[in-house]
Design a protein around this ligand. Structure first.
Ligand code: GDP
Ligand code: MG
Length: 175
């Protein structure tokens, strides 16, 4: 299907605890603007077209939990047709890392194990002195869950585009 010059549209969701930086990451990626965001915003999804190094243009439809994650009330319709999920934690927030398995399980139990491509994202990697999750243990978790791991920051503009490129390539390879 042709979608504004794009051949594919991929629906990708960002999941993780409140305040880990999901909305900031999305806004930075979509607009290039500084990342500060309201804790609760009404926007549900953003989109951006992308030209991968190989293959046709892709349109990403990027879904945000819009503040609902704190209430654990994300509905099944949120996950409908999602092909990629970024599981985001904050490298300075231990609990957000420990909840990653729960978020993963929630997607798998809603979607089945093979339908979704995951990427583990350790966000706010600019805050090295406050860090309480090591790169190594995050890599180990990612490996045990069968996904790649990347560290990102909107403050230091680290790996933002690369994270979305990585999950997009993985989705294309799985097509
Ligand atoms: P969400 O609840 O997961 O959507 O998180 P937000 O995007 O609303 O961000 C929560 C807080 O983390 C805000 O105060 C952001 O400014 C801050 N934040 C987001 N990304 C970064 C980052 O890369 N580095 C730092 N130091 N703070 C960030
Ligand atoms: Mg948010």
């Amino acid at each position: 299907m042709e979608l504004g010059g794009c051949c594919y549209q991929f629906r990708i969701a960002l999941l993780g605890d409140s305040t880990v930086g999901k909305t900031s990451l999305l806004r930075r990626y979509v607009s290039g603007a500084p990342g500060a965001a309201e804790a609760t915003v009404g926007v549900e999804f953003y989109s951006r077209a992308l030209q991968p190094p190989a293959g046709p243009r892709v349109k990403l439809q990027l879904w945000d939990t819009a503040g609902h994650e704190r209430f654990r009330c994300i509905t099944r319709s949120f996950y409908r047709n999602v092909v990629g999920v970024m599981l985001v934690f904050d490298v300075t927030n231990r609990a957000s890392f420990e909840h990653i398995r729960d978020w993963h399980q929630e997607v798998v139990s809603t979607q089945g194990p093979d339908k979704v491509i995951f990427l583990l994202v350790g966000h706010k990697c600019d805050l090295q002195s406050a860090r309480c999750v090591s790169t190594q243990e995050a890599e180990e978790l990612a490996m045990s869950l069968g996904m790649a791991f990347m560290e990102t920051s909107v403050k230091s503009k680290c790996n933002v585009d690369q994270a979305f490129d990585t999950i997009t390539s993985a989705i294309q390879q799985a097509l």
